[in-house]
Design a protein around this ligand. Structure first.
Ligand SMILES: Cc1cc2nc3c(=O)[nH]c(=O)nc-3n(C[C@H](O)[C@H](O)[C@H](O)COP(=O)(O)O)c2cc1C
Length: 374
């Protein structure tokens, strides 16, 4: 039997307690299938994917592997339906556009006219319907707990539910909803804080994983997976010691050959130290950890207003698109966690899983020699 079988492995039918995050715009079918074939749980990103495309992607994963996999969706209320930009006062919008126009001028992008963007597409309910219909082995919910009805709908169709939370209170709520696995997201994590709504400051939903994880383990009965700051076998063993049943990794999998992240982003990740990230709301309007660049620094320093959740992203999107086209990482959003300083290579995703297992075994073997009980 594998040294690393945990309750998570039993519950999800996977070989190793290693989960790849369903990262928006990063985790496509190739990455997911590769992780699953290596014995971990790969999760497909459903964020902003139109329903027909999501269905095709799920079927694509199935054509590549018969191992268990997951599909991730954000459940955030700012997406259900998307916030209407007409609700933003003219002056606020003009303030945001003024700083964005500065960036546009540098990138040779036309200034904002009209200043008011259209409303984003309302995709979440249709995506949930696709998940229920396609019945992937796991539904992974983030930025909002799923609620007992959706959990029951999933269970009736044989779908296990995993919910990512950033507070002890949300862990209790997710467990009461009946989820099969709780993911505790520490403040080290790359990407958005997994909470519904938007706290005034990111502090309350950015607890270190060493502090958050044991508290979550203490209040729920289902397996808990740790997310945030884990990029090697040492991290995996550490969270198992704290009571986790597995580890979920995001940033480590961004820097893999199969990830859909553009080359400029992967290159910046490999060059960055752990202090290179920032917790900011200027990229999307929600708190997220990303690599600091000219965009995040200058926007914050300008004092310009940040638009409501995801309206901010919609308004700034032409800047991001131009930056990508021009290969300019200074104006492109690059979500990344503090584990970035541990990541120096660009392996295949299966190799990441195998390396984690190998390293974790070595750590466990060495531990009795390093820590003598008397
Ligand atoms: C580029 C990127 C995109 C992400 N997108 C999502 C997402 O769409 N859904 C989600 O549940 N979590 C997303 N996350 C957060 C991860 O699920 C997870 O909490 C985090 O990556 C764990 O910390 P780590 O990056 O230190 O491994 C994303 C993370 C990154 C780095």
């Amino acid at each position: 039997m594998s040294l690393f079988r945990t309750a998570l492995c039993e519950r999800l039918g996977i070989e190793y307690p290693i989960v790849q995050s369903g990262m928006g715009s990063v985790a496509g079918p190739d990455l997911v299938a590769e992780v699953c074939r290596a014995g971990g749980l790969g999760i497909l990103a459903g964020l902003n994917v139109p329903p027909d495309d999501l269905r095709k992607m799920i079927r694509h994963v199935r054509s590549l592997t018969n191992r268990p996999f997951g599909v991730n969706l954000w459940l955030h209320k700012a997406l259900r339906p998307p916030i209407d930009p007409t609700s933003v006062p003219e002056e606020t919008l003009r303030g945001a556009q003024a700083v964005l126009d500065r960036f546009r001028a540098r990138l040779g992008v036309p200034a904002a006219t009209p200043t008011r963007p259209g409303r984003g597409p309302d995709l979440v309910d249709a995506a949930v319907a696709v998940v229920l219909d396609e019945r992937p082995p796991v539904f992974s919910a983030a930025l909002g707990t799923p609620g007992p009805e959706l959990v029951a709908d999933c269970h009736r169709r044989g779908i296990k539910v995993m919910a990512m939370v950033a507070t002890v209170e949300d862990a209790r709520t997710a467990a009461a909803d009946g989820v099969d696995v709780v993911v505790a997201q520490g403040g080290e994590a790359g990407g958005h804080r997994s909470v519904d709504g938007k706290p005034a400051s990111p502090e309350t939903t950015s607890l270190g994983i060493v502090v958050l994880l044991p508290q979550v383990v203490d209040v729920v009965r289902v397996p808990v997976v740790a997310a945030g700051g884990i990029a090697d076998g040492r991290g995996l063993v550490a969270v198992l010691a704290l009571g986790a049943s597995g580890a979920l990794l995001g940033t480590r999998f961004v820097a893999t050959r199969e990830s859909l992240a553009p080359e400029i982003y992967k290159k910046r990740l490999l060059e960055s130290e752990s202090g290179a990230t920032t917790l900011t709301d200027v990229i999307t309007g929600l708190w997220a950890r990303a690599l600091a660049n000219t965009f995040t620094r200058e926007y914050a320093a300008s004092g310009a207003p940040v638009l409501p959740p995801l309206v901010q992203r919609g308004v700034a999107n032409d800047v991001y698109t131009a930056a990508l086209k021009q290969g300019d990482p200074e104006y492109f959003p690059m979500m990344a966690g503090q584990s970035v300083g541990l990541i120096r290579d660009l392996p295949g995703a299966a190799e990441v899983v195998h390396t984690l297992v190998r390293e974790a075994r070595a750590v466990l073997d060495a531990l009795p020699r390093r820590v003598r009980l008397s």
